[in-house]
Design a binder for this molecule. Structure first.
Ligand SMILES: Cc1cc2nc3c(=O)[nH]c(=O)nc-3n(C[C@H](O)[C@H](O)[C@H](O)COP(=O)(O)OP(=O)(O)OC[C@H]3O[C@@H](n4cnc5c(N)ncnc54)[C@H](O)[C@@H]3O)c2cc1C
Length: 385
């Protein structure tokens, strides 16, 4: 297990869990070739700090930095930006300890590398990884709101004209919140006070208060969501270190499902998704997030063979959640989506077999690597037996 930040039952077991929290050293750094070798238990925030001290950085990051590097990579954890692949794509090679104790090193573009880099821990234990990193860089963050239907109409402009673009939507607000991050060599200008007050106090305590009020008085959810959206209409215009911009203020506990779809159908899918959430059947007390990533060749990657738009359903736990999840999954299957393994989903092996051309080959590899099912658990068996 990594940090245990997956919603799905990846790390549930009545047997033994192996925790690598203390296996977190930076083993080697090569500034000329911009590579870093780390032990698998290192958390992303620890890695960001270490790289920053060396004038280096990860090329992309998701919305939080609490995951272990191995845990994040094994589920296909991603950030946003159509020119950027998931975090696993930053790995050049890694060592894997198989069920029989044999330690092997897999290099990028090996067939086995593509099989094992996203494999939910069921091929073996990753012990060390060598990452391709980059020179430290700043991001020019422009955050503002715009009518959701207008964004859908011109969605390709947003996707392809920004290094990193993502959207937040608080249904049933007419407006969505747009985040664009441009890579820049300009100096940082974000103030310490703004970061502390907005990102640590208002966005954390203020948002929790709104969720709490919306739970006691569900009718308040719609006006509260409009109010929260309006708070983001600043607009925010700042330059800050990359890893500080990518990571969002700490969210309250909530439920989440997120699926990757073919980005070619972005307009049609976003329209159908908006209609589903505006149907009046559900109310939402949480931010819905929409992101984009470049396709890859990893056998089980949610973005295998296609550039992707990621759309999810998110809510603070309430009695509607199961129906929201059911409705969203039906929509996702209709649109040929693939679930994020680290989030909630109910499709099983038959569906995965249809979605992933190398699915049968992966099952064969799993039998060879772990013939006694040492790394299996209930969910692994439902997905990959
Ligand atoms: C608040 C929050 C925000 C999130 N934001 C994002 C986001 O922006 N983008 C995104 O894509 N996802 C996001 N996620 C999902 C998260 O990134 C994934 O679930 C990730 O896999 C969790 O990492 P972890 O270290 O907690 O791993 P765990 O959940 O502990 O484990 C995940 C998988 O990795 C395997 N594993 C862990 N360590 C090893 C190892 N050494 N060798 C082999 N296998 C191993 C485990 O067996 C398991 O199958 C978010 C989750 C939360 C809770």
């Amino acid at each position: 297990m990594g940090t245990g930040h997956s919603w799905s039952a990846l790390c549930m077991s009545d047997e033994l869990l192996l925790n690598l929290d203390n296996y977190k050293q930076l083993v080697n750094i090569d500034k000329t070739n911009k590579t870093a070798t780390v032990q698998a238990g290192i958390k992303l925030w620890q890695l960001n700090d270490l790289l920053d001290k060396e004038g280096l950085a990860l090329t992309n990051l998701g919305s939080i930095d609490q995951q272990s590097i191995a845990g994040a990579i094994q589920t296909g954890t991603h950030g946003t930006g159509i020119g950027f692949q998931n975090l696993a794509s930053q790995v050049l090679s890694f060592t894997l300890i198989k069920a029989d104790g044999e330690k092997i090193t897999l290099h990028k573009e090996d067939d086995l590398f593509n099989a094992a880099i996203i494999s939910l821990g069921c091929l073996g234990i990753i012990s060390e990884l060598t990452l391709q990193v980059t020179d430290a860089y700043n991001l020019h963050d422009k955050t503002y709101t715009k009518k959701f239907t207008d964004i859908i109409d011109t969605i390709d402009d947003y996707i392809y004209n920004n290094n990193h673009f993502k959207m937040w939507w608080l249904p049933t607000s007419e407006d969505a919140i747009i985040f664009t991050y441009k890579r820049t060599s300009e100096k940082t200008n974000d103030s310490w006070f703004r970061q502390f007050f907005m990102d640590k106090i208002l966005s954390v305590i203020g948002f929790r208060l709104c969720v709490f009020l919306g739970n006691i008085f569900p009718k308040l959810r719609v006006p509260l969501n409009k109010f929260l959206t309006a708070q983001m209409d600043g607009p925010l215009d700042r330059i800050e270190k990359s890893y500080k911009v990518f990571v969002v203020p700490e969210p309250p506990l909530h439920r989440e499902t997120e699926w990757a779809f073919d980005v070619k159908n972005a307009k049609e899918i976003l329209t159908a998704y908006r209609n589903l959430f505006l149907s009046g059947e559900f109310t939402f007390n949480f931010i819905q997030e929409i992101r984009f990533t470049k396709g890859d060749n990893f056998w089980l990657s949610e973005c295998n063979g296609r550039d992707s738009i990621w759309i999810g359903a998110y809510n603070h736990e309430d009695k509607q959640w199961n129906s929201i999840l059911q409705a969203f999954e039906k929509f996702a299957i209709q649109h040929n989506g693939r679930p994020h393994y680290g989030k909630e989903f109910h499709v099983r092996k038959e569906y995965l077999a249809q979605q992933y051309p190398k699915y049968a080959d992966f099952i064969e590899r799993r039998k060879q690597f772990d013939p006694t099912n040492k790394f299996g658990n209930k969910l692994m068996d439902e997905l990959f037996s």
